[in-house]
Design a binder for this molecule. Structure first.
Ligand code: TYC
Length: 101
């Protein structure tokens, strides 16, 4: 058989890499009420009461908690909106973003 095609012997790197995802991180503070943090997590990040409470209490105990990962634009938009919602009520609540490894 002369029309057999040899398999490439090296794995080629895909030309297009998936865009890196960015984490939205909730930062603890001493002033924002727990229930307000839960409300923001439910509203902006579509979490259930249980999920939101778990994330809030993790940030409260450890200082920070990863909320979710998104594309860069979505992560930044959500972090800004959530931080603004706290600011509008006079709370220092902070959501930050960072690229995933
Ligand atoms: N530490 C706050 C309190 O005791 C509650 C809180 C939790 C605030 C998580 C921010 O990211 C936060 N009222």
């Amino acid at each position: 058989m002369s029309d057999v095609v040899a398999k490439p012997r090296v794995e080629l790197k895909p030309k297009t890499e998936r865009p890196r995802l960015h984490k939205v991180i909730l930062v603890n503070d001493d002033y924002t009420p727990r229930e307000f943090v839960v409300t923001i997590l439910k509203g902006e990040f579509r979490m259930s009461e249980e999920q939101a409470h778990h994330v809030m209490i993790t940030a409260h105990r450890r200082g920070v908690c990863v909320v979710a990962v998104f594309t860069k634009d979505v992560a930044e938009t959500k972090a800004t909106r959530a931080t603004e919602a706290g600011r509008a009520k006079g709370y220092p609540l902070q959501f930050t973003t960072e690229p995933e490894e």
